[in-house]
Design a protein around this ligand. Sequence first.
Ligand code: SAH
Ligand code: SF4
Ligand code: F3S
Length: 440
Amino acid sequence: MKKLYIETYGCQMNVNDTEVIFAIMQDEGYGRTEDISEADVILANTCSIRDNAEQRIRGRIEQFSHYRKKRPGTIVGIVGCMAERLKDKLLDSGRVDLVAGPDAYRSLPSLIASITPDHPAINVLLSHEETYADINPVRIDKNGVSAFISIMRGCNNVCSYCVVPYTRGAERSRDPRTIIREACDLWSRGYKEVTLLGQNVDSYFWKGEGGNVDFADLLAAVAKINLRLRVRYSTSHPKDISDKLIETMARHGNICRCIHLPVQSGSDVMLEKMRRRYNRQWYLDRVRKIRSEMPDCVITTDIIAGFCGETEQDHRDTLSIMEEVGYDSAFMFAYSERPGTLAARNYPDDISPEVKNRRLTEIIELQNRLSLESYRRDIGKTFEVLVEGPSKRSPRELCGRTGGGKMCVFSSTGKDLAAGDYAFVKVRDCTSATLLCELV
Ligand code: SAH
Ligand code: SF4
Ligand code: F3S
């Protein structure tokens, strides 16, 4: 059997795409390996979201040549968002045999078959229909408890800083029947948690013979598969998160109380320039609605520091919205100009690296305090966690997440618990990223 090795960068959607690629290649007789030195095909499933993501991957491509030299005939391929963005430019170095964009994975076997020492293969066509709906992904998660399901692809939003609409193409939703089938199959194989994925899940929409299905309908249908199946999703767009969705979450105990709601900035001027199509007041209103329906709901976010023309006042607006919402955790980034985006074409990237980094540091420091406060509020509370396995720190301890997604560690002495079991724990203490608990 030929061996396929894939390294995955970027978002959860890329992780799921890697699973789709393994499934497509398995049908052609390729088995998965985690040992790069024995691979017949080495793929990097890449991300273009920020320049530093791409730089890291470029470094890896150089290292791949080493394996190609050692084992002549080994194919090195770049797939995913960087493949889509840079297209045949990736072939210039002579280190790459294959380039395939996110909608071209079905053609991987034929592309690979066509490669000769002088002829690399490339397919970067984007599609309006491809959702890989019929493909049953080969799961690469470690514990058989939690799996991703892509429910849509692409993005129609064109936020001015963002490369995703160019690398992933137009938004399209996947047939809900195939999503439900996949979730049922995971449940029957012992999985206890599914995460529905899309760049903007709130705009999921399927026009079917039996009626239309929006994201709230889909979420409810997945939640009804079994009350012991936990359902998560990512990512919500603040402009589109509807009352219906929030109320649907509140009605189903197994839809996790956890919403990732990227704010990007707390300044209306920046939000307008970013083309986010909501303002601060709208965002805060959505947070109020979430909290009124689900007071215990965890809210997390993404923030960009130092976008074009950002003033100190704009920056302070970001810090103040963070305080106002009291995020439980956040992903925080310095703005990175991406070639071809609206921002790159229209606004100079005029905040110096020093100022960007200073602002980013202030944002991170504030979030560390907010996270610690959020975790401290849980001390003394009892949560039901889904056990993921032994904790990283100690094999005698187990770890598992609350419905809100917070990581708990606890000693399992005396109880026979394994990955996939549910357990009740009481929080004794915490750090800013972990709840230290005991079984109850
Ligand atoms: N679809 C999601 C975001 C996907 S990208 C949404 O709209 O919220 C994940 C995060 O990367 C974004 O939320 C943003 O915070 C960050 N990001 C995207 N483009 C960026 C850029 N050019 N520079 C810095 N951060 C960026
Ligand atoms: Fe990018 Fe905006 Fe689409 Fe998110 S919604 S992927 S930030 S364009
Ligand atoms: Fe990166 Fe593409 Fe995801 S740019 S964040 S891998 S959609």
